[in-house]
Design a protein around this ligand. Structure first.
Ligand code: PLP
Length: 354
């Protein structure tokens, strides 16, 4: 039996994507060769890369708007550094909403003056700060759309007078947004798009080439753009599998289609957390993430019973991040409503037992 996979990342991918990508590992497009043993310069793979890049822009509604999509390596964590090398001259503003923002700030501080325009640290990142000012003389503003670890999500983005950079690793392609508000978006593939090993970067070309430093080639977005995301050997399996997921998403009706499902899942999950006296939500209600629902048991003595019941119901990956504890149900695009129903059933069964 396929288990209900609530893992935070790497995480669930659509079954049909897993099937197709495993077939390609044995025989890519009937070529008699494996996807992972052919040249990345072969027409077969170049087509894959181009398809993945154009699907990403199409799904985000950014085609023909001056953006380029890249599939890079080094994870979202390398983007903390790469963004800075490409965009920071002197000063930048960061919104601190949790661990990933803090890591981004730490890397950026190596290269310039980094200011926290607002922070949710005072309440252990259980909410999203609002009503802050973004100074016009900063080089850029950086935010994290979804706080994977603590379970908060920015619902309304600020009107930003300077280039806006966003780490969308854990909620890209999950909800409709005006993506043209952002000048640079990056996302590690392993949360809503594919296997670990590639990172999507979508960048508005006009913001590049403005810093005075020499940027090492592999860190330079313009180098990757000029080489059509093939400056060096790309992670072919991760790019191919991401392309399949983007195709799957397009067939579901794009972001608009999947957002409806994501809303249903989150509504069901949070209504159980709110109604069931045995569980407490971790975050402020208005800032709850539709991707990662964090909660704790009101009575820790029930932990063993609850964990066993989850195991028996085929529920996996529910442990909270090691820095927070408790539980975290990650409900990425590929997770079905039935999986959330299975979890909610176990939660209410626990209530009737207790
Ligand atoms: C997981 C995650 C990261 C780290 O991604 P890596 O690809 O492991 O470097 C960064 N930001 C957010 C929001 C994440 O969820």
């Amino acid at each position: 039996m396929k288990r209900h996979n609530f893992s935070a990342g790497p995480c669930i991918l659509p079954q049909e994507v897993l099937l197709k990508s495993s077939e390609a590992v044995m025989d890519f497009n009937g070529s008699g060769l494996s996807l992972i043993e052919i040249s990345h310069r072969s027409k077969g793979f170049v087509d894959v890369m181009e398809k993945a890049r154009s699907l990403a822009l199409e799904l985000l509604g950014l085609e023909g708007k001056g953006y380029k999509a890249l599939f890079l390596q080094g994870g979202a964590s390398m983007q903390f550094l790469m963004v800075t090398l490409n965009l920071l001259e002197k000063k930048a503003g960061y919104l601190n909403t949790g661990t990933w923002s803090e890591n981004a700030i730490k890397e950026a501080r190596i290269f310039g003056d980094i200011f926290e325009v607002a922070s949710s640290k005072d309440k252990k990142h259980s909410y999203i700060p609002k009503g802050y000012e973004i100074p016009k003389d900063y080089d850029y503003f950086h935010c994290t759309s979804n706080n994977t670890i603590f379970g908060t999500q920015i619902k309304k983005f600020p009107n930003c007078p300077i280039p806006m950079v966003c780490d969308m690793s854990s909620d890209i392609f999950s909800r409709q947004l005006d993506f043209s508000k952002f000048d640079l978006i990056y996302a590690g593939a392993q949360k809503n798009m594919g296997p670990a090993g590639t990172t999507l970067v979508v960048v508005k070309e006009e913001i590049l080439g403005k810093v005075s430093r020499n940027i090492p080639s592999i860190m330079d977005y313009n180098v990757h753009i000029n080489k059509s995301s093939m400056y060096n050997t790309p992670p072919v399996f991760a790019v191919y599998t991401s392309m399949l997921t983007l195709e799957w998403l397009k067939n579901l009706g794009g972001i608009k289609g999947v957002e409806i499902e994501n809303d249903k899942k989150a509504t069901l999950m949070y209504s159980e957390i709110d109604l069931n006296p045995l569980f407490n939500g971790y975050t402020t209600k208005e800032d709850r993430s539709n991707m990662n629902a964090t909660f704790t048991l009101a009575n820790e003595d029930l932990k063993e019973t609850f964990d066993t019941m989850c195991q028996e119901a085929g529920i996996e990956g529910l442990n909270g991040h090691r820095s927070v504890g408790g539980y975290r149900a990650s409900m990425y695009n590929a997770l079905s409503l039935d999986s959330v129903k299975a979890l909610v059933e176990v939660m209410s069964e626990l209530e009737s037992k207790a």
